[in-house]
Design a protein around this ligand. Structure first.
Ligand code: COS
Length: 388
């Protein structure tokens, strides 16, 4: 995309966030639903296909461009971004990265337009951080596989038309080896949904269980075809590397929003005869918020640049996810503190953000999993260097 067209897209998203989304944040939280006309506008702007190749109807943004859009979308309730989040991220990337040409041609155009919502089924009741221990089974039966198992906390599952499902095709294995990724239409016989989860925050974004009971899928539902039998875990990890970076970008956007709100409040709110922004203890909080958000923004931009230059980013994406999600938690906490009583009551929206951002430290890999990924990769790298 040329610079000018991309700038127009960014301006459109910024205006959309400011004029259409922010005024409805409270309504979305209260009704636990994003209004249909907003979803329609998102479709029109092409927001469902930001990361999908142009040949399949998407905007094919580079990751450096996509994170700029995510910074802007972070300027409002995360529930809005969640609607398009899976189609741009974990719900479509398995096919984009590892899918066959037929799978891409079949699914991506409808995902790019937003007609079809994709959803990522990795987590299970007994397999969260230890994703490699998943139990959902895929038993071979001639030209088909038969899926059985339960997936948990699946984002956008209630809206999804297609699932990326990770299941164990090697019944002997207990680890990441022997896991295969399937692309599964949501309307197949044997698929049912649990009731919508009641969550701490991010109302308007929905998760639920997805239950597979003797669901028959053809062999060509394996992402990447039969050659990828048993290689699904690697697909999941590649998808998550990218996903973690976009989550970090959203954290930066939300932090910047909370900083702007806190600054505006501090400049207006008077105590002891002057705006509280004049007090050094308030200034210290504002300065810390600004510096931390800036650091996270730089990390995210640099990692996206590396990704676009085809460099490996597993370690850096984990650093970004860990730092940015923890950062926005601290920023939200200070935002409540600066707002005082007004930050604790629901009307300001600050307490809602405080609850919303808590999820960022958990999904697409907890902070502790990011620490583990970073440290493991450091040790591996050091071993490689000393061996070489
Ligand atoms: N890119 C490509 N391949 C990767 C990879 C990456 N970033 N990370 C791991 N792999 C591959 C490994 O190379 C290995 O393949 P080989 O056996 O062929 O070498 C395979 O995946 C298994 O890797 P590993 O041995 O590191 O797996 P572990 O079971 O030890 O688990 C963690 C690794 C803990 C990092 C993984 O389970 C994880 O990310 N857990 C969190 C899951 C998560 O984020 N859930 C959120 C829900 S989805 S919203």
């Amino acid at each position: 995309m040329d610079r000018e067209t991309f700038q127009q897209l960014l301006d459109t998203v910024e205006r959309f966030v400011r004029e259409r989304l922010r005024p409805r944040e409270d309504e979305v939280a209260v009704n636990d639903a994003v209004p249909e006309e907003i979803v329609r506008d998102m479709r029109e702007f092409g927001l469902f296909g930001l990361a999908i190749p142009e040949e399949f109807g998407g905007l094919e943004l580079t990751l450096s461009e996509e994170i700029q859009v995510a910074f802007k979308l972070g300027g409002t309730s995360p529930a809005f971004r969640s609607i398009i989040g899976t189609n741009n991220g974990i719900g479509s990337q398995g096919i984009i990265i590892d899918g066959t040409p037929e799978q891409k041609a079949h699914y991506l155009p409808k995902m790019a337009s937003g007609e079809l919502i994709g959803s990522f089924c990795l987590t299970e009741p007994e397999a969260g951080s230890d994703a490699g221990s998943l139990r959902t089974s895929a038993r071979r039966d001639g030209g088909h596989f038969v899926l059985n198992g339960t997936k948990r906390f699946i984002t956008n599952a209630p809206q999804a038309g297609v699932f990326t499902v990770f299941a164990r095709t090697d019944p002997e294995s207990r680890t990441a080896a022997g896991v295969t990724a399937f692309i599964v239409d949501a309307n197949l016989k044997g698929i049912s949904l649990g009731k919508k989860d009641r969550k701490m925050g991010q109302q308007g974004a929905h998760t639920c269980d997805v239950i597979f009971d003797d669901v028959r899928v053809p062999v060509n539902a394996i992402i990447g075809g039969e050659a990828n039998l048993g290689k699904g875990f690697t697909t999941a990890m590649k998808v998550l590397d990218r996903g973690r970076l976009t989550i970090a970008a959203v954290c930066v956007g939300v932090a910047e929003r909370l900083i702007a709100d806190s600054l505006a409040y501090a400049m207006e709110r008077k105590q002891f005869g002057q705006p509280i922004a004049e007090f050094q203890l308030i200034q210290a909080m504002l300065a810390d918020m600004r510096a931390e958000a800036f650091a996270a923004r730089c990390m995210v931009e640099e990692t996206a640049r590396r990704f676009d230059a085809l460099a490996p980013i597993a370690t850096e994406a984990a650093c970004c996810k860990m730092f940015a999600s923890e950062m926005v938690g601290r920023v939200a906490d200070k935002a409540v503190q600066i707002h005082g009583g007004a930050g604790y009551v629901a009307d300001s929206g600050i307490e809602r953000f405080y609850r919303d951002v808590r999820l960022f430290r958990i999904y697409e890999g907890t902070t502790q999993i990011q620490q583990l990924v970073i440290a493991r990769n450091m040790v591996r790298e050091a071993r490689r260097q000393s061996a070489g």
